[in-house]
Ligand binder design. Structure first.
Ligand code: H2U
Length: 364
């Protein structure tokens, strides 16, 4: 099997594979498939009408949660212990060595799960919040990493947004799961960043941010301290990564007030572009990855660089999503437009949120 002689390679036309140095996996890029007909699933696009305060919503201020506790009348962020936690601090250890056969291994798992509301209103999302309100979210994230990371080696902050991403409640919120172990994604990322650092004496993601800032073709939003890029190796159509571009930063706790202000601005701009792309409150799963905590606070993690991943499923419109099924589950992840095309589309959508624009048009 050899390529066509004399035909110049064009990433938009010619399928190829790209390497993800964080996961040590390859993705198949087949941009020419974007023209294929689609008669499959369409998500509902009627935007859910969310009321600002619903007496039945357990995440709203003053309301009662599943466990009977009443939320305070909070005015900014609000954190509570998840009433249905996947990880609890006191689970007993499973039997050592299980059945005496290495094919049946188990390990202890302990932890804590919390829920964090971003704002007292249910009908608001991060891109529509004020910058000072988003800074409070970032400050609270850092506080939780500090508090839970004092003992737990991994504190995973993540936000599932939109029903398509399994979010159970429209109120703006995220979850924080702290675990007594490094989860799989953290283990692989740790291994990859460590190997790169040992070989190059530089952090993989600091080098990557420098390169992307120079090349610009995958940059969606940038500021003096942060870059939002569609990674060269992105698997989801409009996947992005938020990266500090100026200096080595291990964790959210290390961000200066200026870096937090700048991050709030970049997040609002990125998320506004997401919403404007298909004129819908863009669904995604996002989360922060920083250096492990707990016993790792004392060192040995200089290869890490703080970053956030955004994984949005939408592909062609507000109603057609990318499915990671058949080939992706059984062979290899595959994408249908190049990361450069995705970045260009996101760069080209307006910076003003479509809801604000609609409001000002209605006033005129
Ligand atoms: P998701 O929308 O990502 O599912 O997050 C909402 C979380 O809120 C979910 O994990 C918790 C659920 O367990 N929750 C409570 O802890 N108490 C409640 O009364 C409702 C929801």
């Amino acid at each position: 099997m050899s390529g066509q002689d004399g035909v110049k390679f064009d990433p938009k036309e010619h399928q190829h594979q790209r390497y993800n140095p964080l996961t040590d996996r390859w993705v198949l890029v087949s941009a020419h498939r974007m023209t294929r007909p689609w008669a499959g699933q369409k998500e509902s696009v009627s935007e859910q009408q969310v009321v600002r305060s619903d007496p039945q919503n357990p995440l709203c201020p003053g309301n009662t949660r599943a466990n009977g506790q009443v939320n305070p009348d909070y005015e900014s962020t609000f954190v509570f212990e998840n009433d249905f936690p996947a990880l609890q601090p006191d689970a007993p250890d499973p039997p050592q060595g299980s059945d005496g056969d290495s094919l049946f291994q188990s390990k202890a798992a302990r932890g804590k799960c919390q829920v964090m509301c971003f704002h007292p209103w249910s009908d608001i999302t991060l891109p529509l919040m004020r910058q000072d309100e988003v800074i409070k979210v970032i400050d609270k994230w850092a506080e939780l990493v500090e508090e839970l990371g004092a003992t737990y080696p991994w504190v995973q902050i993540f936000e599932n947004k939109g029903a398509t991403m399994g979010c159970s409640n429209p109120h703006p919120h995220c979850q924080v799961w702290a675990s007594s172990f490094l989860p799989n994604e953290a283990v692989v990322s740790d291994r990859s960043q460590k190997a790169y650092y040992q070989q190059h004496q530089q952090q993989l993601l600091l080098r990557y941010a420098e390169q992307e800032a120079n090349r610009q073709e995958r940059v969606v939003v940038q500021s003096s301290d942060w870059l939002a890029v569609v990674p060269y190796w992105a698997t989801w159509p409009y996947q992005t990564m938020l990266l500090p571009r100026r200096r080595h930063i291990l964790r959210l706790t290390d961000l200066t007030p200026e870096e937090r202000r700048d991050l709030a601005d970049v997040m609002r701009r990125l998320l506004t572009k997401y919403d404007n792309l298909f004129q819908v409150s863009f669904p995604y799963s996002m989360g922060w990855h920083g250096a492990p905590t707990g016993p790792h606070l004392s060192g040995g993690v200089d290869h890490w660089q703080l970053h956030a991943h955004y994984y949005p499923p939408l592909l062609r419109s507000a109603s057609v999503r990318k499915f990671m099924v058949g080939y992706e589950m059984l062979a290899q992840e595959q994408r249908d437009l190049t990361p450069e095309q995705a970045a260009e589309r996101l760069r080209n959508v307006p910076d003003e949120h479509y809801r604000n624009r609609k409001k000002s048009e209605e006033k005129e």
